[in-house]
Design a protein around this ligand. Structure first.
Ligand code: ADP
Ligand code: MG
Length: 349
């Protein structure tokens, strides 16, 4: 058997917040460089959470309020991580998975909404987005000890990828995975929904504007001081650190699924972390998919499924959905831009 020659995990900051380079590098301290008007303060802090860099930016009438909003935001991230982390054996998601085939469990309203949205995303993408992929995601185990699982091993797992065996009861707020061995993986949608909830907490704590960036899952609300929305850069999928295009977001979320984010190479072939539920192999039709939506749960929930659907079906879906826009880089590097972003998106040369 051929050897895995390379395991890489590139920086997962898919988006570059373009608020001046001085701001972009000020981690863990207050960003004074933008010199907001005296009536506004802006605070930006970054910490590691959810296995990635979480960067929170808050604009508020006073420095104290902005600091408080950011602190409350990080507290909310930690709370949500405690619900959805599959690394924590006591998280709600871990308990749901451990109870597969055995027991129906009561869950929090946040987990219920996340799972309902995930099943809606599955329906919208014709099954390309599938949170029951947990066992296959684990078999590939792209981030560590990477190897190509053998086809037989993968086929054996196929019956577990059945989203209809995820039973959600919204009335009594319970979840039951019907088949023993099933495992839910919310890696393709959880950070987007978390960004929505964190933004709401920051707003409640007095932020008039802000950005929640959980690696490439970004939610913005309100404005920068001066009322300009938030300028965001989309990462080029083949040129590390290079911006493919820029746009300004106002009360919108943006999320990118890319084949360059987490992968290993074997015999010159790249195996990445977005898996096609039909082939059980890495999806091959796109290099990256960026979705802009009102809510992070849709931006994140749709980028992964649309990546699997590919440029043609994916762009048709984007055009059919209200309040959803997107940029797809196909397997050949061709850039497709949805109609609602034409004129808004500034392509880099
Ligand atoms: P990230 O922002 O963390 O890169 P993405 O939104 O790109 O996440 O989703 C990738 C993650 O989603 C994978 O790491 C895996 O956990 C999960 N995943 C992979 N394939 C699918 C799929 N077809 N449907 C749903 N989730 C998937
Ligand atoms: Mg996603």
């Amino acid at each position: 058997m051929s050897r895995v020659t390379e395991v890489r995990k590139r920086g997962r900051a898919v988006f570059v917040l373009l608020m001046g380079s001085a701001l972009a590098i000020s981690v863990g301290c207050r960003m004074a460089e933008m010199s907001p008007p005296p009536s506004h303060a802006m605070v930006k802090r970054a910490q590691m959470h959810m296995g990635t860099l979480a960067t929170l930016t808050a604009v508020a009438p006073t420095d104290g309020l902005a600091q408080e909003a950011v602190s409350a935001g990080f507290k909310e991230i930690r709370r949500l991580e405690g619900l959805w982390s599959t690394w924590m054996p006591k998280s709600e998601l871990s308990r749901i998975n451990a109870a597969a085939g055995r027991e129906r469990l009561a869950v929090s309203s946040e987990t219920m909404v996340l799972l309902v949205r995930a099943l809606e995303a599955a329906q919208m993408t014709d099954g390309a987005f599938n949170i029951a992929m947990g066992p296959v995601v684990e078999a590939w185990n792209i981030s560590k000890d990477s190897r190509i699982p053998n086809a037989q091993e993968l086929e054996h797992l196929r019956p577990l990828l059945d989203v209809s065996a995820i039973q959600l009861n919204e009335q009594d707020q319970t979840v039951y995975l019907v088949k023993p061995g099933m495992r839910i993986d919310v890696g393709g949608i959880g950070k987007g929904y978390a960004a929505d909830l964190v933004a709401e907490v920051m707003r409640r704590h007095g932020a008039t504007g802000g950005v929640v960036a959980l690696a490439g899952d970004i939610k913005t609300f309100g404005d920068l001081p001066g009322g300009t929305g938030f300028p965001i850069g989309i990462q080029h999928p083949r040129r590390s650190g290079v911006v493919l295009a820029r746009l300004v977001l106002r009360d919108e979320a943006i999320s990118t699924a890319g084949d360059y984010e987490r992968y290993f190479e074997q015999d010159g072939v790249v195996y990445h972390h977005i898996l096609d539920p039909h082939t059980l192999q890495p999806a091959r039709l796109c290099q990256s998919v960026t979705i802009v939506a009102k809510e992070g749960v849709w931006a994140d929930g749709l980028d992964t499924g649309i990546f699997v659907l590919g440029p043609e079906r994916g762009m048709a879906l984007i055009e059919a959905l209200p309040d959803v826009e997107g940029v797809i880089v196909d397997a050949d590097g061709k850039v497709l831009v949805s109609s609602g972003l034409q004129g808004r998106l500034q392509r880099e040369p």
